[in-house]
Design a protein around this ligand. Structure first.
Ligand SMILES: Nc1nc2c(c(=O)[nH]1)N[C@H]1C(S)=C(S)[C@@H](COP(=O)(O)O)O[C@H]1N2
Ligand SMILES: [Mo]
Length: 202
């Protein structure tokens, strides 16, 4: 059983569960405002430099899970395909293209924003967004689109699945009570990326 499942991390598929997904034949299109639009296979992703982010996925529904997310930095990926100077936003497109979301390029280029294919050294299964998902610890979890088939560079933001249903496009993490999935305790967080809980600071 995977670590995420052992900890009983919630599994969200607002558009419906896709069923089992295989790395075999999986591709991610890198398109839009890039110099070299590219179709990456799962093996192509594995061949790019691997980064580990020890960080939290934090849901607007007020839970947060910490682990070592492994994958390719979006910054490294975009250096690989070349950015157009007009690009300002990165759109993530999930399997079947019903679930999409956009983040500002500036956030996408931060060091812990990944296309993640591992959690604590284990491959992500499809429940948790395998073969590969967006992972962005700086913003609410609805920006971390699962089971990615596309990454599109844009010169504007396009409201995605949850944004058209009322979740804020800026997805700033707000202070308050939060279920820590790792310890099964409710704790308080400050505004912004969850790095420490207020009751463990200082
Ligand atoms: N395709 C897809 N990606 C998604 C979602 C979804 O419903 N569908 N939910 C988002 C939300 S709101 C959160 S908090 C995280 C939850 O990730 P998990 O289901 O792996 O725990 O995935 C995000 N990515
Ligand atoms: Mo969420």
């Amino acid at each position: 059983m995977s670590k995420l499942r052992e900890m009983r991390t919630p599994i969200f598929w607002a558009e419906g569960h896709p069923g089992p997904l295989s790395t075999q034949g999986w591709t991610v299109e890198i398109e839009g405002l890039v110099e070299r639009p590219t179709t990456l296979t799962f093996d192509d992703l594995l061949a790019l430099p691997k980064s580990i982010a020890d960080a939290r996925l934090t849901s607007v529904t007020r839970w947060s899970v910490r682990g070592k997310w492994g994958g390719v930095r979006v910054a490294d990926l975009l250096a690989h395909v070349g950015l157009h100077p007009e690009a300002t936003h990165v759109q993530f497109i999930s399997y079947r293209a019903i679930y999409t979301t956009c983040i500002p390029l500036e956030v996408a280029l931060r060091e812990r924003t990944l296309l993640a294919y591992e959690f604590d050294g284990e491959p992500l299964d499809s429940d948790y967004g395998g073969p590969v998902r967006a992972f962005c610890p700086y913003l609410w979890g609805y920006k971390s689109a699962k089971s990615l088939i596309g990454v599109r560079l844009l010169d504007h933001s396009i409201p995605g699945y949850w944004e058209v249903r009322g979740y804020p496009d800026d997805a700033q993490i707000l202070a308050g009570r939060m279920l820590d999935i790792n310890t099964h305790r409710f704790r308080r967080i400050p505004d912004g990326e969850v790095i420490v809980f207020l009751d463990e600071a200082g």
